[in-house]
Design a protein around this ligand. Sequence first.
Ligand code: AMP
Length: 417
Amino acid sequence: MSFEKLKVIAPILKALTNQGYTQPTPVQEQSIPVILQQRDLFGCAQTGTGKTAAFAIPVLQLLYQQKQTVKHTASIKALVLTPTRELAIQIQESFEAYGKNTGLNQVVIFGGVSQWSQVNALKKGVDILVATPGRLLDLIEQKIVNISNINLLVLDEADRMLDMGFVHDVKKIIARTPKQKQTLFFSATMAPAIRKLANSLLIDPVMVEVTPVATTAETIEQRVCFVDKKDKPALLLHMMTKTAIPMALVFTRTKHGADRVAKELNRSGVRAEAIHGNKSQQARQKALHQFRSKQIKVLVATDIAARGIDIDELSHVINYELPNVPETYVHRIGRTGRAGASGIALSFCDREEKLYLRDIQKLISRAIPVEEEHPFRDAAFQNASRQPSRKNYVGGTQANRFSRANKRRPSYNKAVQ
Ligand code: AMP
């Protein structure tokens, strides 16, 4: 899937390319078309899933298209409510980055600082206002902000807004908005109080839920093999010939990598096929059929190609390369251990992938046990990477996980296809 396929318009596409975004995340893939159809949306997604862009991109697009047809006024057209100052700033920066070629402007307001610079910014005219509830209500009551003409309302992290006691402020703010508007409601949980609030605000909403990736299936046994990069082909061959693994779905980060791994296995007498975006639909179907009917022992896949494929009785998933997005790990290993069946996920980790492993372990809140029993152990690296105890991870915050990973790896996603 690409942003073009989601019908994102050229000025925004250009900005996304600048950001290094090459493909939408699952929540973006599901939300963008719904929002562009001007439907209300209930998005159940956590920070780190790309949910900000999931609403910011289509909101910018709708406003941009509206600007072409309707006379542009200085009034606020979209309001984003979010619980904290940090989130508010991040959201405003996202709008600024994705919307830099649209001519739309955005202002952020939050409490705890003098209101005057915010008031000055507001006076210049605002298309998109990002705000925390307390300060917004304050400025509405002072008649500095008027939200009676908005077309779009976004409630970001609604669950946290409730937890932080903003529910009354939020309700008061919503009462100042027009009845006729599009509402986008995002929450990490679907607790009863959240459902109730959503029901009171949304009209015939489309529900978008991205799997709560932080919970890896209990039935999947996970292990990591520390190995030198150059030994990965030999380790895979060892696993497929010298152990009792009957069949395996092997993941690589790139199409080229998938082809290479399949070729090497075939050369050594292990029947394998690769599936990825450069293969025709027919070739992919054929490979899948051969795998399901056990004519081939290994299916090598990139993440996108593997999406949606369901293979009964898949006993093993092997991460030949660790994914650079930790959530992807959870999606990959979830291909095995389905419907209560047991499954094993083995991850080959070389020195360059150490940070990826760290991010994955943080996400799943546990250390993955080390597989000691293989002949290609990179012992020096393994000792240097001694697994921290489980409790080190439990306290890790979900917030910023994705963004931290991103900052360290600006080429995020570029290799994923
Ligand atoms: P969020 O869940 O909105 O907090 O987003 C987490 C991080 O993911 C942010 O740093 C974004 O810049 C980044 N991000 C969002 N969408 C994409 C994408 N399609 N490709 C790459 N990075 C993304």
